[in-house]
Write a protein that binds this ligand. Structure first.
Ligand SMILES: Nc1ncnc2c1ncn2[C@@H]1O[C@H](COP(=O)(O)OP(=O)(O)OP(=O)(O)O)[C@@H](O)[C@H]1O
Length: 426
């Protein structure tokens, strides 16, 4: 985990998220406390529990985005789940623990990627030797040196060769229930059976890719990846539980088996700290950071069961976004929507330029449709912008195109003034 102060964390988040200062401060404090806890001596470290956060605010105002960015900053494994998912009928028991298994899986992928990156140079060297073997089986030293020269000069890329690689086709299937026990049949089977290898005819370019992947796999220690994945999930994992407001008792009409309160009761031990079996080993959830979020329009945080309320001591309200926030969201973040579209269309020879008046108009229309139809927050910008840019996206090689107020109005006026049409298009 990076050693960032709360102020630095907020500054980092500011690069991607507009407004919501209180929420940024809260998550910065929670993350820093994580770091502080690690500096403590053994015994008291175990006593200090993470200060989980409850985010309250309408949809599309940045709750998930803040949590996700925070996780990325901290290089922490992250998963998002919807609390309502566990109330669905037809579930064989509510498998609330699956969120912990998903976290460990995310952690595993993250650690594995880091390790693969670390060995990539060695893997590339090994792959090159295998390529030479395939290009020149049983050749002389001299021949091999010549071949190596050609290969390094990129002269053999399209030559076809035959290599032996692992058979990637899936051979086994998962049995329902296995994952719940923390077992994975596929993995068990593939550990028992010798790996099937197949000969494949392909180009040097593609063979190199395949061989590098295989060599890298061979160079990393999967047991160590598993151990590190577990440790990282335990010590810095973040689980984001959305729609927590939808599992308050008051919302429930569908009987005891799928009640929201039941979900809360199942959540409680996980948030309090328990052990969960996963395919990589046992995971303790004591120090996982939980961020719960909800709009809380039909219910209040005080409708949650008291034990759960106590486990989310940091409460923070997120603000609704205004048209001027939308303007900033469209332009300011590092990879804002307008920058994304500009880069995308540049590929096809269209140079977009968003005039301030155009940005203003897009923001105003978005706020208006949110007010008239349904408030979906900043998500509205995606649909509105897509509609504005539909024609330029369909075309190619348009040269310079300026998106100003007149352009936006022409594209949107008919739709936005028709509420029914807005419902479908925007
Ligand atoms: N304040 C903001 N600054 C920049 N982008 C934002 C902001 N709020 C929302 N967005 C963008 O809007 C989209 C939806 O935001 P997000 O997923 O954070 O919503 P949310 O508040 O978590 O809502 P929900 O609870 O429905 O998931 C994302 O693409 C996000 O980048």
């Amino acid at each position: 985990m990076l050693n960032l102060t709360p102020l630095e964390i907020v500054e980092e988040l500011d690069k991607y998220i507009i407004g919501q200062h209180k929420a940024k401060r809260s998550v910065a404090v929670a993350l820093r406390n994580h770091f502080r806890r690690r500096q403590l001596a053994g015994e008291i470290q175990r006593e200090v529990t993470p200060k989980n956060i409850l985010m309250i605010g309408p949809t599309g105002v940045g709750k998930t985005e803040i949590a996700r960015r925070l996780a990325r900053l901290a290089r922490a494994p992250f998963v998002k789940v919807e609390a309502t998912k566990f109330t669905e009928t037809g579930y064989v028991g509510r498998d609330v623990e699956s969120m912990v298994r998903d976290l460990v899986q995310a952690s595993y992928v993250m650690v594995q990627e880091e390790q693969l990156e670390r060995v990539s140079e060695r893997a590339a060297k090994n792959a090159e030797e295998h390529l030479l073997d395939a290009l020149l089986p049983g050749g002389t030293e001299e021949g091999r040196a010549k071949m190596r020269e050609l290969l390094e000069a990129g002269k053999l890329e399209d030559r076809s060769i035959e290599i032996e690689v692992k058979d990637e086709r899936p051979q086994q299937m998962m049995m329902p229930g296995m994952e719940e026990m923390g077992l994975n049949l596929q993995e068990m089977m593939s550990n028992l059976l010798p790996k099937r290898r197949v000969r494949r005819k392909t180009t040097v370019r593609e063979a190199r890719e395949a061989l590098r992947g295989e060599e890298a796999e061979k160079l990393i220690d999967h047991d160590e990846v598993s151990r590190e994945a577990i440790s990282r999930a335990e010590n810095s994992g973040i689980i984001f539980i959305d729609e927590i407001d939808k599992v308050t008792g008051s919302d429930n009409t569908s009987g005891p088996d799928v009640s929201g309160e039941g979900v809360q009761r199942d959540l409680l031990p996980i948030v309090e700290g328990t052990q969960v079996n996963t395919r990589y080993g046992q995971v303790k959830t004591d120090h996982v950071l939980f961020i719960a979020a909800g709009a809380f329009t039909a219910s209040k945080p005080s409708d949650l069961i008291p034990e759960l309320q106590g486990r989310f001591p940091i409460r923070v309200e997120l603000e609704e976004l205004s048209a001027s926030d939308f303007q900033l969201i469209l332009t300011k973040p590092q990879y804002s929507l307008t920058k994304q579209y500009t880069e995308l269309l540049k590929v096809d020879g269209t140079r977009l330029r968003f005039d301030d008046s155009g940005i203003e108009a897009i923001a105003e229309y978005s706020a208006r449709v949110n007010a008239d139809v349904e408030d979906i927050g900043a998500r509205r910008l995606h649909t509105v912008l897509e509609t504005v840019l539909e024609d330029v996206s369909f075309a190619t090689n348009l040269g310079d195109v300026v998106i100003d107020r007149a352009y936006v109005e022409k594209k949107l006026e008919d739709i936005a003034s028709d509420e029914d049409l807005s419902r479908y298009v925007l």
